[in-house]
Design a protein around this ligand. Sequence first.
Ligand SMILES: [Fe+2]
Length: 261
Amino acid sequence: MKYNLLGEDMSIINLSNFVPYELKIDVEKSQIIKADNIPLNFSIRKLFDIKEVIYDQKWIENQKKNIDLYFMYRDFTRKEDKYLFDQYSIRFDITIIPPKSLGKEFNKTAGHFHPDAKIGHSYPEVYEVMSGKGIYLLQKESKDEKLIEILIIKAKTGDQILIPPGYGHITINPTKNKLLVMNNLVSSKFNSIYEPIKTKKGAAYFLLKNGKWIRNLEYSKEIIIKKAKPNRITDKPFYLAFLKNPEQWIFLNEPWIKNDW
Ligand SMILES: [Fe+2]
């Protein structure tokens, strides 16, 4: 075990302030080790699952080991809260992205879009950083299909990030030694669409470990990059905010009721 100057165990991250139960993460394993009565089931995204979207193709060609990239805990709610989440068709997920090097790039998620809830209104999503730092890259083609808008959002512990309808999104852990732990609230009514980003071999830009953003040449359209700030979506951590007022999250299934995106 490693201890800091305050005598706290550094090999465990305690995230109990984000949820109504004791939540602990083992840093070494990048996995949840304690979460009340919730089964600790997770799925792993592995290196070869996302090989197409990695910038450093020379590096990936030489990799023999299909390493674990990140860990996904889907529908991570207590038994007693399950009914409420199900009633509103909303899922609470936790994702743990350890610091890793993917050749010249930082560790990142595969990236995906969401389908439409109703024609012209795709499902939105909200993310919350529970520990570490994350960079969220959001991208969307303009209505006239002439250009692509990219939003880059840098987030730290406690920050909340809104993914408005229509934006594909990837999350990057831009650190060399810090676990990124995040949660999200999202509609449970759809499956994500991975194909567009996979076909284009990644998002429209790649963030390299040297801090440079490199354009993905598979995209030929004009690209506009905007820096955006995390949003303060709600005063409380998402899980607690949902239990207190689930009505506040209806927009996740009915995005048309919200017009101030
Ligand atoms: Fe998503």
